[in-house]
Design a protein around this ligand. Structure first.
Ligand code: HEC
Length: 544
């Protein structure tokens, strides 16, 4: 286990105040049992309190069962630390000879060799730390003073956590969906689909023969190899109709999870749908993710243009001479993600001596409208461009009296951005990826895979991310044996991600249980002198 992971899991033990990552506001009215389990909250918001050793307490969010036993109730394993499942079927099952006789999905902490808990003995375990059979439980498990009504509510919640049949999973098939919004780029869309289709084909081809040996036992030696089936959910029409379309598609074809996909100017309706259906949505390709604490189901590689705005703010706030007010002009097109990115930059600069002006170009306006806008920008300390490559190519002359220019790398095309020569010496690019020279080996791997399968590379970063999403899904499912529980899929991704060696465009990936963005930072960079595509970092990696 890494130091970070160890600190995280043991933080309740030693650093009682340091971490409270389950501070997720509930999206729906929740039951008392759920409030205790997930948030450590009693009626009226009073925190639960657990005692570790004499006089050592954990409270509220930090004491919530979810921190250790996880949202699925299936427990966890990291390094040598194994936390048992507390979903009802694992606590109340009859004693069995081996875990294979249990007829329950395999999880690392499951226990066969003890008598089933009753409501009374379970209350004793939670209150006094006495496990079934009279054995004291490890001190990592706090003792909780709950009254009878609170205990009954908690036990009822544990009982209903038991995994049952999961939609989208049959004895022979695992169904997945991928989602494309109507405003997503059609060229990149084809690129994403090519990768997904080939990955699924390969997966089904190679796993037909092979049966990985997951557990040693007489009865159930091999994990069942299921066929992976991909369903393409292409949305149409206005965003406020997408949720209804998605509900209809899910009803017609249940799926276990959503993988990858591609968004345009908003992903919010898709995220709301996945949250409401408790459907994992793994690493969609979007420039503008939803940055909401209450989100559990959607995990992203990056905070996209919101992260870029914070990288720019980091540089702007580091500029010397903070006393006099300075002028910043942001230019973006209506109907794209620019307005949201600009709002994040404005909010981050709020309270500092920056006067922020926004210039909106209508969605359908020509490049000459953009040039006319730039011509009247006037003297300013910083100009920020939230523009796509077509606009970047058509910028025209550099406005006079602009001290520095920042541009979005994601939107503008990264190394391939067609930035006119006259702009290059003043322009810095938000670059929320590893630098080209550092990622060569990482990205060569998917590129080689694409080449072998004759997949045209039309949107390299998006296609590399799609491939990475597939590999993460496949590796995680290999470790889950046959435990198809949607929350558990996300929990296992959280546990495994930071140990990955192949991380594609990102120097490092990790998802603590309250984090939904796996890569946390980026560079500010500029083009090397000349007209080439060589990008050089201004300084170190920044995690704002
Ligand atoms: C800081 C981590 C942590 C928290 C928080 C925590 N537990 Fe535990 N729990 C553990 C560990 C570790 C064990 C295993 C102890 C052992 O086997 O000696 C355990 C064991 C249990 C067991 C016994 C399981 C069995 O199979 O015998 C139950 C029941 C349980 N916990 C319920 C809860 C409930 C309910 C909450 C919240 C009110 C909670 N735990 C909060 C870490 C935790």
């Amino acid at each position: 286990m890494t130091m970070g992971a160890r600190a995280r899991w043991f933080c309740g033990l030693a650093l009682i105040t340091a971490c409270a990552w389950s501070a997720v506001p509930p999206t729906q009215p929740e039951t008392l049992g759920e409030a205790i389990y997930r948030h450590g909250a009693l009626p009226g918001g009073e925190p639960i309190r657990g005692e570790r050793a004499a006089g050592m307490y954990v409270e509220g969010n930090t004491a919530a069962c979810v921190n250790c036993h996880r949202r699925s109730g299936l427990g966890m394993q990291e390094g040598h630390l194994t936390i048992p499942p507390v979903a009802g079927s694992y606590l109340f099952h009859p004693r069995a000879g081996t875990i294979d006789d249990l007829d329950l999905p395999f999880v690392p902490g499951m226990r066969a060799d003890r008598d089933p808990y009753t409501d009374a003995s379970l209350a004793q375990a939670i209150r006094d730390g006495i496990g079934m059979g009279g054995k004291p439980l490890d001190v990592l498990m706090p003792r909780f003073k709950l009254d009878d009504a609170q205990m009954a509510a908690l036990i009822a919640y544990l009982k209903q956590l038991s995994p049952g049949a999961v939609p989208g999973v049959t004895d022979s098939v695992l169904h997945f969906a991928t989602i494309f919004t109507p405003d997503s780029d059609p060229v990149a869309r084809q690129g994403v689909l090519d990768v997904l289709n080939r990955f699924f084909e390969d997966k089904n081809h190679y796993t037909r023969a092979e049966s990985p040996r997951m557990r040693s036992s007489r009865r159930m030696m091999f994990k069942v190899n299921r066929h992976w089936e991909l369903h393409v959910w292409q949305l149409s029409g206005a965003p406020d109709t997408w949720e209804a379309q998605l509900r209809a598609k899910l009803q017609a074809q249940p799926v276990f999870a959503v993988i990858s996909g591609l968004g345009g100017h908003t992903w919010a309706p898709v995220q709301r749908f996945c949250e409401a259906q408790q459907l994992p949505c793994l690493f969609p390709n979007v420039d503008l993710p939803v940055d909401a604490e209450s989100n559990f189901e959607t995990v992203y590689f990056s905070r996209g243009v919101l992260l870029e705005a914070e990288l720019m703010a980091h540089a702007l706030l580091a500029m010397p001479d903070k006393a006099t007010e300075r002028k910043l002009v942001q230019v973006y097109r209506d109907g794209d993600v620019g307005p949201d990115a600009a709002a994040r930059l404005r909010a981050t600069l709020n309270g500092h001596a920056w006067h922020v002006i926004s210039e909106t170009i209508p969605a359908a306006a020509s490049a000459s409208a953009l040039r006319a806008t730039l011509a009247r920008v006037g003297p300013c300390d910083a100009l920020v461009l939230w523009l796509r490559p077509q606009d970047i190519a058509a910028l025209g002359p550099l406005p006079a009296d602009v001290k520095v220019v920042y541009m979005s790398g994601r939107m503008g095309g990264l190394d391939q951005a067609p930035l006119p020569t006259a702009w290059r010496h003043l322009t810095h690019m938000a670059y929320p990826f590893d630098l080209p020279e550092h990622r060569v080996v990482q990205v060569d791997y998917p590129l080689g895979w694409f080449r072998l399968r004759q997949i045209p590379v039309v949107a390299q970063q998006v296609q590399a991310d799609t491939y990475l999403a597939c590999i993460i899904l496949s590796d995680t499912l290999n470790h889950m044996v046959d435990t198809f529980v949607r929350d558990y899929l996300i929990e296992r991704i959280e546990e495994m991600l930071e140990h990955r060696i192949l991380t594609g465009y990102y120097p490092h990936l990790a998802l603590a249980p309250n984090q939904r963005f796996a890569s946390k930072g980026g560079y500010l960079a500029h083009f090397a002198e000349g007209t080439g595509t060589r990008v050089v970092a201004d300084g170190d990696w920044i995690a704002p």
